[in-house]
Design a protein around this ligand. Structure first.
Ligand code: ADP
Ligand code: ZN
Length: 525
């Protein structure tokens, strides 16, 4: 049969308006579209709802041939295809549930040159008959949606995704575009290693939620302060996240007694009760949900005005997801997170007692420490949060640390001691080994590496291990050092860290945090 003729459009703005009905690109979209059209491999990290799909759908329309889209869930694929078809685009999905007639239509469409967006399950894609078909078609790009599924460090590892590196190879090293909302450094490095033989162009963006006021505070008088916070938001929609199921029920009662409309939510409630409480939250105004982390997925209530954490979440990712449920309408929203030593110990114990591998436990522990560093951040909290995601930002003026300030003191000398130990050991070691060097602790490892002969050996004897750990977190939150999560947590210096080490810049630590660390574990321990 004659091939259908197709004349590609070279006007992304025109297509954006004409096909998708959007007047302008969202932040980041245009740069990604340009990189895609330039034929680059792309790894894009943007939060949920930022508009990742458009970044590959639009270029797909501009180039003849098939754009393969790998996605983990059949339901997701079906939704996307229905939306694209409603826009008048040629799209389809091949998975275990695809009717035979539809599969035939798509196989025939592969012979055409017109743009086709083909959503496909990874296991289907890896089948030799599928690859045979695709070898004869013109495949312009392999898109991997929810790319964190390829990583065992991710929260949603799917072994089926592991074949994608080979699929890429089988398709002649086709242009590959990976998208994920997971910005965690360990997961990101893993995605890169598994999907891209060479470094792709990496885009990170859109994580800032400027309308959210950020605040974190040590526990103490917690119950009274939570009540005060919620009273300050009387009549508004909010979520109070608690660490345990029992706590959600207790808090729902406390809040009800205090005259608020409040309900509990956790996975252990009767399904009917759980559903009714969730429906009430969606339908009503002025309801506070006292909930475990089980609450929130798939709930899109735009006018949630506050999120309070009665207990510390388990990672920055979890924290970000949970506070992100406030202020979806773009109007100001308030967040407040309480943290305490009990939270840290509880999370550490959960990690220790889990069935995970040692490597996984190590990564989980580092994630928890990253969150702790955010709690104790010596500079703008939003800056510290965005730095974790790889985004740079100016001080926000809308977080507790910007608004209220925080007592700091000069910590340059301590920072220099720590970073010089890092530098002299090739930036290949994690926290505890560095602290062994500083405190002059001659462990087997220290002796084996000859680190007891370093000039920095023992220069930090005057401080406790706890103080040094706190300092590491301070340096991390301030962006002076970064952790290489795949290399056993080795710390590396950033350009700013280097400036402090060389004496060009001073480094201020939080006085309260350092004082608390010093009083927690006595000298010499
Ligand atoms: P993600 O995959 O990043 O979670 P989606 O691709 O599903 O996000 O997009 C989220 C929503 O934003 C969708 O409803 C989409 O139609 C909309 N959207 C995407 N790009 C734009 C744009 N440039 N202007 C307006 N809306 C957009
Ligand atoms: Zn700030």
């Amino acid at each position: 049969p004659p091939r259908m003729s197709f004349s590609p459009s070279n006007d992304p703005h025109g297509l954006l308006a004409r096909v998708f009905g959007f007047s302008q690109f969202r932040p980041g979209q245009e740069a990604i579209v340009s990189a895609v059209l330039a034929g680059r491999d792309v790894l894009a990290i943007m939060p949920t709802g930022a508009g990742k799909s458009l970044c590959y759908q639009l270029p797909a329309l501009m180039r003849p041939g098939v754009t393969l889209v790998v996605s983990p869930l059949i339901a997701l694929m079906r939704d996307q295809v229905a939306q694209l078809q409603a826009l008048g685009l040629n799209a389809g999905t091949l998975n275990s549930a695809t009717p035979v007639a539809e599969a035939r239509r798509l196989i025939a469409a592969l012979e055409e040159d017109a743009p086709l967006l083909l959503y496909i399950a990874p296991e289907r894609l890896a089948r030799s008959d599928t690859l045979g078909l695709l070898e004869r078609a013109r495949v312009v790009a392999l898109v991997i949606d929810e790319a964190h599924c390829v990583s065992q460090w991710g929260h949603d590892f799917r072994p089926e995704y592991l074949v994608l590196g080979e699929v890429r190879h089988a398709l002649g090293g086709v242009q590959t575009l990976a998208f994920t909302a997971t910005a965690d450094a360990a997961t990101r490095a893993d995605i890169q290693a598994r999907l891209f033989p060479e470094t792709p162009e990496i885009f990170i963006g859109g994580f800032d939620r400027p309308n959210l006021h950020l605040a974190m505070t040590p526990k103490g008088n917690t119950r009274k302060r939570i009540l005060e916070f919620i009273r300050g938001h009387q009549g508004e929609n909010g979520i109070l996240y608690c660490a345990t199921r029992a706590a959600t029920e207790t808090w729902a009662e406390i809040l009800t007694d205090a005259g608020h409309r409040a309900l509990p939510y956790h996975a252990g409630l009767e399904p009917a009760v759980r559903a009714a409480n969730q429906d009430a939250f969606v339908a009503e105004d002025g309801l506070v949900m006292a909930a475990t982390v089980a609450f929130g997925m798939g709930i899109d209530k735009p006018d949630v005005r506050f999120v309070c954490h009665a207990d510390l979440p388990r990672s920055i990712e979890a924290y970000y997801q949970e506070i992100g449920r406030a202020g979806r309408d773009g109007l100001p929203a308030d967040t407040l997170t309480f943290y305490g030593l009990d939270d840290i110990l509880l999370h550490r114990r959960r990690i220790e007692e889990s069935q995970a591998s040692d490597d996984q436990k190590r990564v989980e522990t580092q994630r928890l420490n990253a969150l702790l560093a955010l709690c104790e951040a010596p500079r703008c909290r939003r800056q510290s949060l965005l730095a974790y995601f790889g985004e740079e930002a100016a001080p926000c003026g809308n977080c507790d640390l910007c608004r209220d300030g925080v007592e700091t003191r000069d910590g340059t000398i301590e920072a220099q001691k720590l970073m010089s130990a890092m530098l002299r050991t090739g930036q290949r070691f994690a926290t505890e080994h560095l602290i062994n060097i500083l405190t002059g602790t001659a462990t087997d490892n220290v002796l084996n590496y000859g680190h007891d002969r370093l000039p920095t050996f023992g220069v930090g004897r005057d401080q406790t291990r706890g103080v040094w750990r706190a300092l590491v977190r301070q340096l991390y939150a301030a962006g002076l050092i970064t952790q290489d999560l795949t290399a056993h947590g080795a710390w590396r210096m950033t350009a700013r860290g280097n400036a402090v080490l060389r004496g060009g810049e001073r480094f201020m630590v939080r006085a309260d945090v350092m004082k608390a660390a010093a009083s927690r574990d006595p000298k010499g321990k």
